[in-house]
Design a protein around this ligand. Structure first.
Ligand code: NAI
Ligand code: OAA
Length: 279
């Protein structure tokens, strides 16, 4: 569904709809590509190599995302902006800072795409339970990196115990690392990310066109843990014509999930602070 090219406008989306655009890296063409866009995805940046964390990409990708965000702020300030480039936990705050500096920040229209974590969690539980992954929809909260990825199996009525639970959680948290290792230096998850990005963008479009009750977990400017210093958090979000319609509470979770949430918050706080740099 998505086509990325390294010529012309770097990444044109293959038309999710006529007004959707993926940003490109050819600056002169960026403005033209962005004008009138309702949805802008930012997957531009360097993927990691085996042994690297997503945070290790900060040095290269922070400035790439910052510069593209400046282009979006200038040319498509009202678009829904979907950040895919890693480290998402920091690139979303970076984009927010750029938009604030340009006086066009609308927290309802900035999203860190964490859908791939949901896709993975749904796939991995289907392997345990012998179900169709298409029928699964596991909520994943927190952020998009290692221990900040917190799958909430209990909310789907599932119980895994002991080693089964640990290996499930580990696979969801480090599924990206598995792919990076398998690709052995040639990139990260591309096709599954295309699928996840398409799913999120389609949900947004459906909600924009008036469908009610469209809910996807996503990393947004969130009130949930602001009092603890976390300005952004991924949780279930109801989407609507204005972007974020409603941020849902975390809801009931098990003591083990609460423990994971606490670990997540400590890491996430540092990732967010790192992204809150002056543009
Ligand atoms: N949020 C998520 O779940 C996922 C995030 N990612 C992240 O997405 C990013 C891209 O990963 P891939 O698509 O696998 O890499 P890729 O190397 O296949 O694509 C990167 C694209 O960014 C463009 N690019 C590179 N430098 C640029 C610059 N200075 N300005 C504008 N564009 C530039 C390249 O031309 C290329 O089209 C990485 O940061 C990766 O970690 C990847 C998969 C999942
Ligand atoms: O792991 C990576 O570097 C890419 C990514 O975010 C993922 O696959 O979840």
């Amino acid at each position: 569904m998505f086509a990325k090219e390294d010529s012309g406008v770097a990444a044109d989306i293959g038309h999710i709809n006529t007004k959707s655009t993926v940003t490109g890296y050819v600056k002169e063409q960026l403005d033209e590509a962005l004008k009138g866009s309702e949805i802008v995805l930012i997957p531009a940046g360097v993927p990691r190599k085996p042994g690297m964390t997503r945070d290790d990409l900060f040095n290269t990708n922070a400035s790439i995302v910052r510069d593209l965000a400046k282009g979006v702020a200038a040319s498509a300030p009202e678009a829904n902006v979907l950040i895919i480039a890693n480290p998402v936990n920091s690139t979303v705050p970076i984009t927010a800072e750029v938009f604030k500096a340009a006086n066009v920040y609308n927290p309802k229209r900035l999203f860190g795409v964490t859908t791939l974590d949901v896709v993975r969690a749904s796939r991995f539980i289907s392997q345990h339970k012998n179900t169709d992954p298409a029928d699964e929809n596991i909520t994943v909260i927190g952020g998009h990196s290692g221990a900040t990825i917190v799958p909430l199996l209990s909310q789907s009525g599932y119980t895994l115990e002991g080693a089964d639970l640990d290996s499930f959680v580990n696979r969801v948290q480090f599924g990206g690392d598995e792919v990076v290792k398998a690709k052995d230096g040639t990139g990260s998850a591309t096709l599954s990310m295309a699928m996840a990005g398409a799913r999120f963008a389609e949900s947004l479009l459906k909600a924009a066109q008036g469908t009610k009750g469209v809910i996807e977990p996503t990393f947004v400017d969130s009130p949930l843990f602001k009092s603890e210093g976390l300005d952004f958090f991924a949780s279930k979000v109801e989407l609507g014509p204005n972007g974020v319609e409603k941020i849902l509470e975390v809801g009931p979770i098990t003591p083990k999930e609460q423990e994971m949430l606490e670990t997540c918050k400590a890491d996430l706080k540092k990732n967010i602070a790192k992204g809150k740099v002056a543009p």
